[in-house]
Design a protein around this ligand. Structure first.
Ligand SMILES: Cc1cc2nc3c(=O)[nH]c(=O)nc-3n(C[C@H](O)[C@H](O)[C@H](O)COP(=O)(O)OP(=O)(O)OC[C@H]3O[C@@H](n4cnc5c(N)ncnc54)[C@H](O)[C@@H]3O)c2cc1C
Ligand code: FES
Length: 296
């Protein structure tokens, strides 16, 4: 069992929890995720690792209530336990493998949409701890939906906030603010890392491709087993089929087929849609036709 040692509401319908999971904490890196199960029969919920405390043996998760499972999860309090907390899953961010001196020469900017600030935070914190300054743009609907502002300010070079309604910071989308910062010659960014809704990442990548700026995105397709067997999280990167849970979740944003990913996301919600995908994708639908039954 995995005990929740702290819980707080960070914005309307967005919750932060510190969970006791020493083995996960020991081997986790920024960019990876966990799959949480509330009880034996509960759905598997993939959530990005938002912070790691190796000494306390805790992992921080930040989640927004979307449907039944996340709403149930929000009712859990400090002292309650999750039945399962599997991780770390996926590949760590590419940044943790790069030469620190080379990273210091780069001008990096993160673009986070909504709860995407949660997966951005551990990467910016890791860079800060290694002496690398990175700027951050966080976008949300309104001021009350902004999360982790103080935490982000403590580790980011510059923190720029955009709200859709103009209630705080720049009025408009993160993509517009990114354009403004890129066009400001003093900024001279040469690496963009975008994490948020698929549509946001699509438009960030489209713009940075035109500008010739290297871009990494973190994909969040439907995931079921998280081990590369069920095929739920299949994505097309360039001319290759990849599985976000084992090959990602981070990929070269200029190579991602976002339209296909968004279509799969919609189709995967119904049995009929899943059958259509199976028909269209053949063997690769289940990663080589493993017959595991996908989401069963
Ligand atoms: C690698 C990864 C990291 C993620 N990190 C975070 C995070 O840090 N914070 C956060 O709030 N959310 C995160 N998500 C999304 C989160 O997993 C879903 O919001 C959650 O599973 C919704 O479950 P539900 O039953 O409450 O909602 P449902 O009503 O079942 O679904 C609502 C929507 O959530 C998405 N979703 C549902 N099930 C899954 C699933 N198994 N895998 C992926 N997406 C799903 C779909 O878009 C769906 O339309 C992440 C997803 C992935 C794949
Ligand atoms: S969740 Fe990635 S293959 Fe099943």
């Amino acid at each position: 069992m995995y005990k929740i040692v702290a819980k707080r509401v960070v914005a309307p319908n967005i919750y932060l929890m510190d969970v006791e999971a020493p083995r996960v904490a020991k081997s986790s890196y920024p960019g990876q995720f966990v799959i949480v199960k509330m009880d034996e029969k509960g759905e598997r919920i993939p959530l990005t690792i938002c912070d790691i405390d190796k000494e306390r043996g805790t992992i921080t998760i930040v989640f927004q209530t979307m449907g039944a499972s996340t709403k149930r999860m929000a009712e859990y309090e400090a002292g309650d336990c999750f039945a399962d907390f599997v991780g770390p899953l996926g590949q760590p961010s590419e940044l943790v493998h790069e030469d620190i001196e080379e990273l210091k020469k780069k001008k990096i900017i993160f673009v986070a949409g909504g709860v995407g600030a949660a997966p951005v935070y551990p990467q910016v914190k890791w860079l800060h701890e290694h002496g690398v300054q990175a700027d951050v743009i966080v976008g949300c609907k309104s001021k009350d939906m902004l999360i982790l502002e103080d935490e982000m300010k403590a580790v980011a070079g510059n923190l720029f906030v955009a709200t859709d309604d103009g209630s705080y910071g720049y009025k408009g989308f993160v993509t517009d603010l990114l354009k403004e910062k890129v066009e400001d010659e003093k900024m001279g960014y040469d690496l963009v890392i975008a994490i948020g809704p698929m549509i946001m990442m699509k438009f960030v990548a489209k713009y940075t491709k035109e500008q010739g700026i290297q871009t990494i995105v973190s994909l969040n397709p439907i995931m079921v087993d998280g081990t590369g067997m069920c095929g739920a999280c299949r994505v097309t990167i360039g001319d290759e089929v990849k599985f976000a849970c084992v090959d990602g979740p981070e990929f070269d944003g200029h190579l991602v087929d976002f339209d296909e990913s968004m279509r799969r996301q919609t189709l995967y919600k119904t049995e009929e849609g899943k059958k259509l995908l199976e028909f269209e994708e053949g063997d690769t639908h289940h990663h080589g036709g493993c017959g595991c039954g996908g989401d069963k």
